[in-house]
Write a protein that binds this ligand. Structure first.
Ligand code: SF4
Length: 476
């Protein structure tokens, strides 16, 4: 699983809108004693965790506010995947310093991956912080708050082998009442050499399949029409009942959720090239409501770099997976990826291999990053971060430029086609236009007429740009 907030200043507003994480939108105010304000950083998994945290806090006598200056407790649910993700949090903590001076009773907690990576060190480095809580310790939040109430600093960064929060119903923070995340597993057993996730989220564990299906049923009955099944590596989802009579892998889980209702769309993230199976692809092809979109991080197009990254596949193996997707799911399956450029020792030729891979796959979307060394990772221990910053940024802008060209090629291929679209809102540009997503995850804008958010509509695509399709509704 990767971030979606980096490099934003290098892409257009439309591209930004297409990948931005939702923010907390509404205040839950029952007049109870204390108010919680929470800010989420990083990946969808972190956002989904904030929904679990919110549920635990509401259960324990808290209301919520979307204004930090009104809060009694502020939580920052943090990301640690790159240095500037952590710098953003430190910057926010300085901002909250001002609020704390005006409201001395204000409690500040740092949650998530940065909390897990730094542990008690964070209390020494950031005096404003009262509690540090890792991703597996959210059940202990009420008792940690009591510790702070008693005048102590509180820390719980225990990583669990069992915890999946399966019995906690998340409080939906997307605020659109239409799309929701369902976390199906936690942790990661891969040890990609650049990645902190195995250290900040622990070992892989899969959630009880029945609780996932029940959550999907509840969401559909409450008007939701799209769920995203979340995991660091969904392809290694494997659940077994205690009596070992039931075993469910990812393809089977997807089928169980697809059978909830044909009008409930299913998306999933993130896949891993070495683990994605043809069974998953055939299951996608079998159910119209499983969206034909796959996020398949490549990270690099060069075998020596992939080996240094410990990704456990080769460029050739990766391209075979892309061929299988196009053969089984279809040529118009949406494919996105993650790419890291300027990894330790990357030569110009090896960079060109990544460029060649992008040109061959023609991605719909790509999340592109310059390598950022993370303390404690195998890469930081084994390799020098020796690609100069100016070379990294030149290579990064090269692949962003190329990505724009290939994304436009992909969007142009949709012109003239009729797509089934789930309407998720009004265009930010004009409320005479509605916005929605096609099954392949493309964003499409079209005239409003009498259509409503939450409806499915057929749209014939008439035009496009790099980030967006434009079309006309096709009346039945
Ligand atoms: S698969 Fe690799 S990059 Fe993704 S979370 Fe796991 S270790 Fe990190």
């Amino acid at each position: 699983m990767k971030q979606r907030i980096q490099e934003v200043d290098l892409i257009s507003a439309e591209e930004k809108e297409a990948c931005e994480l939702p923010r907390i939108t509404e205040d839950k105010n029952t007049g109870r004693s204390r108010k919680l304000y929470i800010e989420s950083y990083g990946c969808q998994m972190n956002f989904s965790d904030s929904e679990i945290v919110m549920s635990i806090m509401l259960e324990n006598g808290f209301d919520t506010t979307s204004k930090p200056e009104e809060a009694d407790v502020i939580f920052l649910n943090t990301c640690s995947i790159r240095d500037n993700a952590e710098q953003k949090v430190r910057f926010r903590l300085k901002h909250f310093n001002g609020i704390k001076r005006r409201r001395p009773g204000l409690m500040v907690g740092v949650l998530g991956c940065m909390a897990e990576r730094l542990k008690t060190k964070l209390l020494e480095e950031e005096k404003i912080v009262d509690m540090v809580v890792g991703p597996d310790a959210y059940r202990s939040l009420p008792s940690l708050i009591r510790e702070v109430d008693d005048g102590h600093k509180a820390v719980n960064v225990f990583l669990s082998k069992e915890e999946t929060y399966a019995d906690i119903s998340p409080v939906r923070l997307t605020g659109d009442g239409l799309t929701a995340y369902i976390s199906i597993m936690r942790g990661c057993d891969n040890m990609c050499s650049f990645c902190v996730v195995p250290f900040t989220r622990g070992r892989e564990r899969s959630r009880d399949a029945k609780t996932i299906v029940q959550e999907a049923i509840d969401l559909f009955q409450n008007g939701y029409r799209e769920v995203t099944l979340l995991g660091q590596n969904v392809d290694s989802y494997k659940w077994e009942s205690e009596d070992q009579t039931e075993k469910v892998n990812f393809a089977q889980l997807m089928e169980m959720v697809a059978l909830v209702h044909p009008d409930l769309r299913i998306r999933f993230s993130t896949s891993h090239p070495k683990d994605i199976t043809d069974e998953v692809l055939y299951t996608m092809a079998k159910y119209e409501n499983i969206c034909n979109y796959i996020h398949l991080p490549a990270q690099s197009g060069n075998n020596r770099i992939l080996d240094r990254m410990a990704r456990n596949y080769t460029r050739e193996f990766y391209l075979e997976k892309i061929k299988a997707i196009k053969r089984i799911v279809g040529e118009d399956c949406g494919i996105s990826t993650d790419l890291i450029i300027g990894f330790c020792g990357e030569t110009e030729e090896e960079h060109q291999d990544t460029i060649a891979l992008m040109a061959e796959v023609v991605y719909d979307y790509a999340y592109m990053f310059a390598y950022s060394e993370r303390p404690g990772t195998p890469a930081a221990k084994k390799y020098a971060d020796d690609v100069p910053e100016e070379v990294k940024s030149r290579r990064l802008s090269e692949i962003i430029t190329l990505h724009r060209e290939t994304a436009l090629i992909k969007n142009k291929a949709s012109v003239g086609k009729t797509m089934k679209v789930l309407i998720d809102g009004v265009s930010k540009k004009s409320d005479e236009f509605l916005r929605g997503r096609c099954s392949n995850n493309a964003v499409v804008l079209f005239p409003r007429k009498n259509y409503q958010k939450g409806q499915y509509v057929m749209v014939r695509v008439t035009d496009c740009n790099t980030a967006t399709l434009f079309g006309e509704t096709v009346e039945n």
